[in-house]
Ligand binder design. Structure first.
Ligand SMILES: C[S@@+](CC[C@H](N)C(=O)[O-])C[C@H]1O[C@@H](n2cnc3c(N)ncnc32)[C@H](O)[C@@H]1O
Length: 259
């Protein structure tokens, strides 16, 4: 299949490759059969997108985002959930409770590719839109609580773009939560050493030491929690444990904000 991806969109192949290869392992920590099916249908070569640290990071973040999201689904069972910059991810089927409303949103060319491998489902709809422009939010049903997931997306934005995105979310939705993957300033400076992203043309954007740095960009945001992926990664291997020590402030984090 002839596919055209932008530089950042191409990075969506990294978690896809990792979820498929983890699913095939004997003691898989996450199961995502759709990932393998997508790779086969699209006929893409993802062999360079599955090195050790990225593999462990994606497994950790998949578990951490899922668990955090399940907690919120328990609290807001009929909320509006938006996977913004969804790539090929299928979180809806991990957390669906039969009542929530879900939108998978990404740039138009990424949604066009996604439509080759997914169909809209009941309460789960794909929508083309950008995290930097809220026009698409007008098409969404009204809801008192909106939960926005941005996994592996804000990492590629400049500080100005992060600010634009946060303002867009707070302007568009009266009350919400943001589950965001954040990265360190070290990765911003030395992204070319990242074991998987170096195989794409994407560059890392503005990195933070703490999610609290977001509060200065958008006064309506409140900081709820933040956890390093090391917390999960160190459970599984000696290399993961070592990285949690050596790369204490280096690993990505899941930060939760509320407004
Ligand atoms: C590393 S992938 C992550 C995909 C998915 N969230 C996951 O974890 O598997 C980055 C995604 O961000 C999307 N993206 C980049 N810029 C965007 C923007 N301005 N608005 C919405 N999505 C964007 C890309 O198209 C791509 O799908």
């Amino acid at each position: 299949m002839d596919l055209k991806f932008g530089d950042i969109q191409e990075t969506a192949l990294i978690p896809l490759a990792i979820k498929a290869s983890e699913t095939a392992r004997p003691n898989a920590r996450i199961i995502d059969r759709k990932a393998k099916e997508i790779i086969d249908t699209l006929g893409v070569d993802v062999s360079k997108f599955d090195p050790f640290l990225s593999h462990e990071g994606v497994v950790a973040r998949t578990i951490m985002f899922r668990d955090e999201l399940k907690r919120l689904v328990g609290k807001y069972p009929e909320g509006l959930y938006i996977n913004l910059g969804c790539g090929f991810d299928d979180k809806f089927s991990q957390v669906d409770n039969g009542k929530l409303t879900w939108f998978d949103v990404d740039l138009p060319d990424q949604i066009a590719v996604r439509r080759k491998v997914y169909e809209d489902r009941e309460r789960c709809t794909m929508l083309a839109g950008s995290a930097l422009d809220g026009a698409w939010t007008k098409e969404l049903p009204k809801n008192d609580m909106t939960i926005v997931i941005m996994e592996g997306v804000l990492e590629y934005f400049s500080k100005d773009q992060v600010k634009t995105c946060l303002k867009m979310l707070c302007d568009s939705f009266a009350h919400g939560y943001l589950l965001a993957e954040l990265h360190s300033p070290i990765l911003e400076k030395h992204g070319k050493f990242h074991d998987a992203v170096k195989n794409t043309n994407a560059n890392f954007g503005w990195g933070t030491r703490s999610g609290k740095e977001y509060l200065a960009l958008e006064p309506r945001l409140n900081y709820v929690s933040e956890k390093s992926y090391n917390d999960e990664m160190k459970k599984y291997s000696i290399r993961g444990k070592l990285f949690a020590i050596i790369g204490k402030n280096l690993n990505n984090r899941l930060a939760v904000f509320r407004w």
